[in-house]
Design a protein around this ligand. Structure first.
Ligand code: 5AD
Length: 477
């Protein structure tokens, strides 16, 4: 999954404001409420964690603001999947220190860098008051009380938990698409990956709690639900119902009013044919699967401790391709992993050509502390990693262009997410997760509109609204 910087707007869409739940009523008067600002780095899990943290804060009487200048408390929810992402936080902290030298703010570092660096953050950035990893978010209210009481260097860093961060106090940022975490943490220990060290042990939420939350979300007007987990398809129902992941997908898709269901990220090792059958059976399950391969070479996959070979991965792809409807497939790839030879890299390129992914998120290998691969030699030179990445991107660009151009003339339901005023264009996604731009109106945001594709580039489609009689029936609210 892409891990580019995401910034959450604290104010949320107006629709969201209307939906504030009773328990989220600020305890202190709006005007006197302490203000906070959260900036989020990294994956959807982090984005959703920030929504839950924001909900917790609002319930305790804090008021969200849109920028750090207006905030008394500043939260950075951080990502440490690659070194660059982790370092970004420290440069942000440095800038804050400079900007507010005269009038220091209360600063908290949350998430993966918090967990990974722990108290060392106080050494590098003494202006930070609170450091808290995601496995300790349930203790946030107590930790905040300590900070507010003037205590310095407050920490929540224990990984010893079997709890999920369950809260109804979520302040969701998107008015029609809701993230919903079903499994937290990770026990896989892929040799390159820092997540088991930063997010703690794997723990699944019970099916009934998940389905209750889905029903609540639909009541609140959400039409797309995105189930989240580091390895979402390793979800195991801890309740006596013992639903399988595919059964859970079906139950979520059957919740009346759910229009689209996505799930991310799947691990190929646990990707079973019943998931494809569920997608085939339930139209609400989007025709999209994200299945990170990481490398096309079995030799490299073994060093990565991924638990599958190239051939086994391709069998999973065949299973997805055998579905009754076309399912788009995206992936993550690391280039330049320890010991990756030119030949290994060519295996990755040949896999791209065989699978013909609809989207690829690719990264140069970045050694991470305390991972098994930190002990391997980082043998591929930075320059060569760059060369391989550029080649991979170019090959994939051509594949996407080819695949997207085959869609010209076809019609798709597009869920509108935003509106570009300058171009007077609506921007939305098909259920296969392709971005479509088409002439529209601002009022279409959150509606499903049928669109005929008129042109295609490697990363998006252009279209026009299809016949009125089709499209209006697609609007759900
Ligand atoms: N270096 C580069 N990329 C990494 N990823 C995870 N760890 C690393 C690392 N150490 C990539 C993987 C993963 C995605 C979220 O980030 O491709 O699927």
């Amino acid at each position: 999954m892409g891990t580019e910087l995401v910034q959450i707007s604290n104010t949320g869409a107006p629709k969201h404001e209307e939906r504030a739940k009773p328990e989220v009523i600020p305890q202190s008067g709006e005007r006197n409420a302490r203000t906070f600002y959260i900036e989020t780095f990294g994956c959807q899990m982090n984005v959703h964690d920030s929504e839950k943290v924001a909900g917790t804060l609002v319930a305790r009487g804090y008021r969200p603001v849109d920028n750090h200048a207006d905030a008394e408390l500043i939260f950075y929810n951080t990502c440490s999947i690659r070194e660059k992402a982790a370092e970004k936080v420290f440069s942000h902290l440095g800038a804050l220190k400079k900007a507010y030298r005269q009038n220091p703010k209360t600063i908290a570092v949350l998430g993966c860098v918090a967990q990974q660096e722990g108290e060392r953050i106080f050494e590098r950035a003494p202006q930070v008051s609170l450091v808290c990893g995601s496995a300790s978010y349930t203790q946030l209210p107590d930790l905040l009380d300590q900070v507010e009481a003037g205590k310095r260097r407050v920490t929540g860093l224990s990984l010893d938990t079997d709890e999920c961060f369950e809260t109804e106090l979520t302040r969701r940022d998107n008015p029609f698409r809701a993230y919903l975490t079903i499994i937290e943490g990770c026990d896989q220990r892929c040799s390159f990956c820092v997540v088991p060290m930063t997010r703690g042990p794997e723990r699944s939420r019970p099916s009934e709690t998940i389905l209750d939350e889905c029903r609540r979300l639909v009541d609140e007007g959400y039409i797309e639900i995105q189930l989240l987990g580091q390895i979402v398809n390793n979800w195991r129902d801890p309740s006596s119902r013992r639903l399988s992941f595919a059964e859970l997908l079906s139950r979520v898709a059957e919740v009346p009013g759910v229009r689209r269901v996505r799930f991310t990220t799947s691990h190929p090792r646990y990707f079973t044919p019943d998931i494809v059958q569920a997608i085939d059976t339930h139209p609400a399950l989007c025709d999209q699967v994200h299945l990170p391969v990481q490398s096309g070479s079995s030799r490299v996959l073994a060093r990565m401790l991924r638990g599958y070979t190239r051939e086994e991965y391709l069998e999973k792809i065949n299973c997805v391709r055998s579905a009754k409807r076309a399912i788009s497939i995206s992936t993550d790839i690391i280039v330049g992993f320890c010991g990756e030879s030119n030949e290994d890299f060519e295996r990755t390129i040949s896999l791209l050509e065989i699978v013909e992914y609809d989207q690829v998120f690719s990264f140069k290998y970045s050694p991470r502390p305390n991972t098994p691969a930190a002990g391997f030699e980082d043998s591929v030179a930075e320059e060569e990693k760059g060369r391989r990445l550029a080649e991979l991107l170019e090959r994939q660009r051509l594949i996407q262009l080819r695949r997207n151009q085959m869609l010209v003339g076809q019609e798709f339901e597009v869920l509108v997410e935003s509106f570009q005023t300058r171009l007077q264009q609506a921007v939305g996604r098909t259920t296969s997760n392709r971005v479509v731009n088409f002439p529209g109106e601002p009022g279409w945001i959150g509606r499903a509109i049928n669109v005929r594709v008129t042109a295609a580039g490697p990363n998006s489609l252009v279209g026009v609204r299809a016949d009125q009689s089709f499209s209006d029936s697609a609007a759900t609210r």
